[in-house]
Design a protein around this ligand. Structure first.
Ligand code: DAT
Ligand code: MG
Length: 150
């Protein structure tokens, strides 16, 4: 199995609304492995680096303010196809376009309060994981692995 990882972040609205357990539950139940986890208040320069590709967009200042408005839960999840599958589990960027059953489709309405971030490619995931977890992540193999993967 390729050890693909994704950077998943519960945004300040998700933390304030008590959705931390719900999000973690969905990734755990799917069979993915939690490799990194921390709650932090986001420094402005970190938010700006995370969203650097969007810096020319008109909503960029509001986006950075939102990410810095309260603690986020930063996570690294690992497993087969976790980047693309994580995006499917999260739903469309605009929650009103997200299917019910997705995280945004079940818990959000506005694009500026869309609860969760997920890396959009393996390359973005590697950049985001080194940005948010410069200290590295945990090394472990879940005992249930043979029951999730053949
Ligand atoms: P995603 O979070 O689905 O990967 P993205 O990377 O295009 O979406 O944008 C990052 C975040 O920026 C997104 O979660 C919410 C915000 N955003 C994107 N497009 C927006 C828009 N048109 N108006 C306001 N906020 C927007
Ligand atoms: Mg994105």
């Amino acid at each position: 199995m390729a050890t693909e990882q994704s950077y998943i972040m519960i945004k300040p609205d998700g933390v304030q609304r008590g959705l931390v357990g719900e999000v973690i539950k969905r990734f755990e139940q799917r069979g993915y492995t939690l490799k990194g986890l921390k709650l932090l208040n986001v420094p402005k320069d970190l938010a700006e680096k995370h969203y650097q590709d969007l810096s020319a967009r008109p909503f960029f200042p509001a986006l950075v303010d939102y990410i810095c408005s309260g603690p986020v839960v930063a996570m690294v999840w690992e497993g087969k196809g976790v980047v693309a599958t994580g995006r499917k589990m999260i739903g469309a960027t605009n929650p009103l376009a997200s299917e019910p059953g997705t995280i945004r489709g079940d818990f959000a309405i506005e694009v500026g309060r869309n609860v969760i971030h997920g890396s959009d490619s393996v390359e973005s995931a590697q950049r985001e994981i080194s940005l948010w977890f410069p200290e590295g992540v945990a090394e472990w193999t879940p005992a249930v692995k043979p029951w999730v993967y053949e």
